[in-house]
Design a protein around this ligand. Structure first.
Ligand code: SAH
Length: 238
């Protein structure tokens, strides 16, 4: 009898838990409306690559945040995720993605998985994404990544982004989503000839967005864009 009661209670709590998690992973008319407004705002701010905007329109950003933030998930703001880290501001995600000039089947290395929102935008655009996170808890969280069936071409790695992934190199594109104190030499090595790397480079507390193109001959072109504010790119694993 006790066993039956326990079983009943356990089933009930599992069901309640199931409902609670289900709720947060529901997209709706209302969320799509808010998302459309956000995309219009980002376009007004100067993002012109319609493929980037379309990809962001297709991804429910609230899936990547705590349910408490559901209602404000479509504000153009960065939000806290676990471990004192952040999901980047949508404008910043769009800006970095646009600079990368994504093509279908591009092989992309991302440094700083965080919530996996940026990785999903790249995957939605048809890229193959290898993404590294140095925070164990964030890496572990992404083992249950909600869109893993939709984006099987995202591969998650636990490690130090300064090292890159030498066994998978070279990459068509490399994207750093944390403030880099310098241009990591190992990442430059792992970039294909003809490849592009985008990173926020730390310059006295704000970061300058930089795009580096490694020419076919092995020479480099460096372009400098707007200033942004990112969490720091740190050495080692945690
Ligand atoms: N791209 C993320 C943004 C995350 S914020 C998103 O879409 O949500 C930056 C992330 O970079 C943090 O999760 C932080 O832990 C991670 N990070 C910082 N230094 C790193 C390093 N050396 N290697 C890998 N990840 C790093």
């Amino acid at each position: 009898m006790v066993c039956l009661t326990q079983l009943f209670m356990a089933t009930r709590y599992t069901y309640i838990f199931y409902l609670a998690t289900m709720r947060s992973f529901e997209d709706s008319y209302q969320y799509r409306g808010l998302r459309k407004k956000l995309i219009d705002k980002i376009r007004e701010k100067g993002i012109t690559d319609e493929k980037v905007l379309e990809a962001m329109m297709n991804i429910p950003r609230h899936f990547f945040l705590d349910t408490a933030l559901d209602k404000i998930a479509y504000e153009d703001r960065a939000f806290p995720i676990a471990e004192g880290q952040t999901i980047s501001q949508p404008y910043t995600v769009a800006y970095q993605t646009q600079l990368l000039r994504i093509k279908q089947y591009d092989k992309i290395l991302e440094i700083g998985t965080g919530s996996a929102y940026q990785a999903s935008v790249l995957a939605e655009m048809g890229a193959n994404v290898l993404t590294i996170e140095r925070q164990k808890n964030l890496f572990e969280k992404n083992k249950n990544f909600i869109l893993k069936n939709k984006y099987p071409q995202i591969k998650f790695f636990y490690g130090d982004g300064f090292e890159g992934l030498p066994t998978y190199a070279p990459f068509d594109k490399i994207l750093i989503t944390a403030a880099a104190p310098f241009i990591p030499p190992k990442l430059i090595e792992q970039l294909k000839h003809g490849g592009t790397m985008v990173l926020p480079l730390d310059k006295n507390n704000s970061q300058r967005m930089i795009r580096i193109i490694k020419n076919e001959t092995g020479t480099f072109e460096e372009e400098s864009f707007e200033n942004f504010s990112f969490v720091p790119m740190l050495k080692g694993k945690n």
